[in-house]
Design a protein around this ligand. Sequence first.
Ligand code: AMP
Length: 262
Amino acid sequence: MTLLIKSIDDLARQKFDVLVPTMGALHAGHQSLIKLARQRSDRVLVSIFINPLQFENKDDLAKYPKTLEADLKLAEAAGATAVFVPSYEDIYPGEINRIEAGEIGDLYEGASRDGHFSGVLTVVKRLFDLTKPKIAIFCEKDFQQLFLIKQMVKELNIPIEIVAAPIIREIDGLAMSSRNVRLDIAGRKSALIISQALKENTIEDMHAVLATEPAFTLDYLEIIDEDTFLPASENSKNKRAIIAGWVNGVRLLDNRRMGAAL
Ligand code: AMP
């Protein structure tokens, strides 16, 4: 049975090796992270906390899906040892010591979502402090988030191994996301344009594919250098196309390493 941990006092009595932080509304993508965690240890903690600090858009926060009962079942089925569902006060007991995300934190997702990455880093650091894992797993779906978490761990000398997991997709190619449930049938179809665009080999061709879908509003499309998160140059070792935009007001993002299969 997966243990439900509701307070930091209960948490303090347990020891976990791997942390999988989430905001709930779990899907097969989250389950893949938990399964990956189980390959490293049988003491796997999943956290579920919808972090208000990383939502610059109040409406997005209010509409974020909440499915705790189903989440517990999915976490258990994937092999989680325990699920930690802290309260706001557990995470932010007093004055909040925000962690700044630096220059890269102001680009792309950060440019559209003011303070988003500072909110993400602040909650991740707090979760690390509370749960003290040896390993934490994050998905490449949120590639800029993964980059900034790795950067924070390096800069603050945090003794935690950050493991990057691949993106899990629906059969038709749409990257799984907790926000996908907010798409209606037509929107769900329009959203496919993102993964279709990512199959192209040049940024021009990606733009051309995206332009064929009137229901998609582009926020950004760039091919970045994975080591710097700046636009890729000829010398870049690993390049990645990153896309974000909206369908019916639902924010969607996706990416693909250039040269790799989708
Ligand atoms: P979230 O609950 O959206 O904050 O995401 C929690 C973790 O699940 C993050 O590491 C995400 O990158 C990851 N995640 C989100 N979508 C997917 C996906 N399609 N496949 C695998 N992991 C995902």
